[in-house]
Design a protein around this ligand. Structure first.
Ligand SMILES: Cc1cc2nc3c(=O)[nH]c(=O)nc-3n(C[C@H](O)[C@H](O)[C@H](O)COP(=O)(O)OP(=O)(O)OC[C@H]3O[C@@H](n4cnc5c(N)ncnc54)[C@H](O)[C@@H]3O)c2cc1C
Length: 389
């Protein structure tokens, strides 16, 4: 870590500390209006905060026990895309309730035949006078049932090469013609949904950015996804982390089994490596540098690490782990059991482990492209001079 956070008298620190003292239990709206939900966004939604100011604000809010509203897709992905390309009307209408957690958002990207190869999507949006008419289906839409709006990508020009005929929309989830079917997962929870569109009519001003230029915006959204998914905890920053598991083991007097001890030591090493990579990313941000390959490296390592933590937690619980209500060392339970079941998803969502490896192979190691994303050609096809777009 090659930076130091400013001390007690720093003006940002003092101001946020005072704000938290004046608002001991702030509502989402109060936090949003103070620019404290996403301080790095431009004013008036954020505070144009640089990396150091963000860290200082986070520290002061944590110290005061102030939590930000939950709206992961809204704040993490939809919002930054609207800040980047939305019209003034769209920003004025959507950003404040989104930041306040009053309107929840979901992401309508993946389709049964378009996941890693997202640009292969088949959902159509056709212009009809002042409206767009949407037909098709999406899958794996997290929180669709709880959402008021979705960011939707759909094909507006089927004759263009696949990356060039896609547009980006804001979709009200209660629009007539939308049917949402929950998918029950092995965790027991129905986080995901299928979403079907039958002649769904969206107004002209639902379009974000330019017509047919939605792929570039989807990359803005997915770029944010990669950074925000690489958070601290084991389950994309949400669940318990390796250090919590190690604390639990220590509190129970350690373990004697030699193999489990080796695995715990290995886990500690991995967690420390991830912590240092995270500090490297933060240091780069503080220097004003764009995110480098560390974000992809960290996502790749963190997702596999998350599965290792949860697997080890189950093994520490011994035969009792067969029961869903017993965690490692008999501790707080459903979280670890849920985590074990959910951890399978970590290496799929937000770009699969294999796709992350492709990115690293190409951008870090300089190996030839797996798929030529601009041309829609595989490497083998490109070598033969053929196109598959
Ligand atoms: C927890 C979770 C939440 C999600 N939430 C949402 C959401 O809210 N909205 C949304 O739109 N989607 C969401 N998704 C879907 C997610 O984006 C897709 O699952 C992901 O992009 C992979 O697509 P796929 O499932 O179609 O798998 P596929 O792309 O069909 O991949 C199948 C297998 O082939 C491998 N593969 C594919 N292409 C390559 C390649 N070029 N080289 C090497 N291997 C390859 C993959 O790694 C994988 O192992 C979520 C997924 C998860 C797990």
């Amino acid at each position: 870590m090659d930076f130091e956070l400013p001390g007690y008298d720093d003006p940002t620190r003092t101001e946020v500390r005072q704000w938290c003292a004046d608002h001991p239990r702030p509502s989402g709206r109060q936090l949003a209006e103070a620019g404290l939900v996403a301080p790095h966004w431009p004013s008036p939604w954020g505070r144009d905060a640089d990396a150091i100011q963000q860290l200082v604000i986070d520290e002061e809010m944590r110290r005061a026990g102030v939590r930000r509203p939950e709206n992961m897709i809204g704040i993490g992905w939809a919002g930054p895309t609207l800040v980047h390309a939305g019209t003034q009307e769209q920003k004025d209408r959507y950003l404040l309730p989104l930041l306040a957690g009053e309107e929840i958002w979901c992401q309508l990207f993946s389709e049964p035949e378009a996941g890693s190869d997202l640009a292969a999507l088949g959902t159509r949006a056709e212009r009809d006078g002042d409206e767009w008419v949407v037909n098709g289906s999406k899958i794996w839409t997290s929180h669709a049932l709880a959402s008021q709006f979705g960011i939707l990508i759909a094909r507006t020009n089927p004759d263009a090469p696949k990356h060039q005929g896609i547009s980006y929309f804001i979709c009200p989830m209660d629009a007539p013609g939308i049917e949402i079917r929950p998918i029950r997962e092995m965790t027991g929870v129905a986080l995901f949904n299928e979403v079907f569109f039958t002649d769904v009519r969206l107004p002209a001003d639902a379009l974000v950015g330019e017509e047919h230029r939605g792929w570039a915006l989807a990359k803005v959204t997915l770029g944010n996804e990669r950074v925000s998914l690489s958070g601290g905890g084991a389950l994309w920053g949400q669940g318990p982390d390796a250090f919590e598991l190690l604390d639990l083991v220590r509190a129970h007097g350690g373990v004697v089994d030699a193999e489990l001890r080796q695995r715990l030591a290995q886990l500690h090493i991995e967690a420390e490596i991830l912590r240092l990579i995270r500090l490297r990313t933060v240091s780069a941000a503080v220097r004003g540098e764009a995110p480098g390959p560390e974000a992809s490296i960290r996502k790749l390592l963190a997702d596999e690490h998350g599965q290792i933590i949860m697997g080890l937690a189950k093994d520490l619980a011994g035969t009792a782990a067969m029961l869903t209500d017993v965690g490692p060392m008999g501790a707080e339970v459903s979280l670890w059991h849920y985590g074990y079941m959910f951890a399978r998803a970590l290496t799929i969502g937000g770009g699969t482990t294999q796709v992350q490896r492709n990115i690293l192979a190409e951008r870090v190691l300089g190996l030839p492209h797996d798929v030529d994303v601009e041309e829609g050609r595989t490497w083998a096809e490109a070598r033969r001079g053929a196109t598959s777009a």
